[in-house]
Design a protein around this ligand. Structure first.
Ligand code: HEM
Length: 185
């Protein structure tokens, strides 16, 4: 399908995942330096469940995107900006996959199995190995900060479209805009 606008499902997934990614990032930073306590372990679990949810949702999102092509970027955008926008989007998809995998690998190596929502044990990907766990924590941190940087650039670009270029790149990612367009031929 080649639609000239985002579907309501694509818009809902976009904002749901934005909230989950920003939430996982902030909770990750908050929990990192907490003293060991039952509360810290609980927050670790919330963080891991959020990360696994992002990991599951991204495959649904990629499949949805493959079947419902997103609207094209404004033709007035310079070519280099279009390339940068596509590269940023591709980087976000890659990070939505590899960042959760790095957390999953790290938890496995540190010997803390993830039990999704406290009921579904997720198989460990690696045997327990403290040194490897510490190296994977560094990988997880680097990927998390890379994700934060790309998300910040993505949001800044969206705001520039809205307030400087005054095009509809930001508003077309709104459910209200999508419903209005569905009603007006
Ligand atoms: C998009 C998803 C994710 C984001 C944005 C994210 C982000 C972060 C951040 C910012 C930290 C703090 C790093 C630091 O400063 O020390 C962190 C720590 C951590 N993350 Fe994630 N994470 C994600 C997914 C996951 C997943 C899926 C798991 C495991 C299944 C996981 C397990 C952990 C653990 C165990 C820590 C604490 C490590 C420690 O201090 O020993 N994360 N994460």
């Amino acid at each position: 399908m080649n639609g000239a606008r985002y579907t309501s499902t694509a818009i809902s997934l976009h904002w749901l995942m934005a909230v989950l990614i920003i939430g996982a990032f902030c909770v990750g930073l908050y929990m990192a330096n907490l003293p060991l306590s039952p509360m810290k372990l609980k927050i670790f679990s919330w963080h891991k469940w959020t990360g696994i949810t992002i990991f599951l949702l991204v495959f649904f999102r990629i499949a949805w995107r493959a079947w419902h092509r997103p609207p094209p970027l404004p033709p007035a955008m310079p070519r280099w900006m279009q390339v940068a926008a596509h590269a940023g989007h591709a980087a976000l998809y890659v990070l939505m996959i590899v960042l959760p995998i790095s957390g999953w690998l790290m938890s496995s190596a540190k010997g803390f199995q993830t039990v999704y929502f406290g009921v579904l044990p997720i198989p460990d990907l690696l045997p327990k190995n403290k040194e490897l766990g510490d190296s994977l924590l560094l990988v997880h941190q680097i990927l998390a900060w890379t994700m934060a940087t790309v998300v910040a650039g993505h949001a800044a670009a969206a705001l520039k479209h809205h307030f400087v270029d005054r095009d509809d790149v930001l508003t077309r990612m709104s459910l209200r805009h999508s419903t209005l367009k569905e009603k007006t031929p």
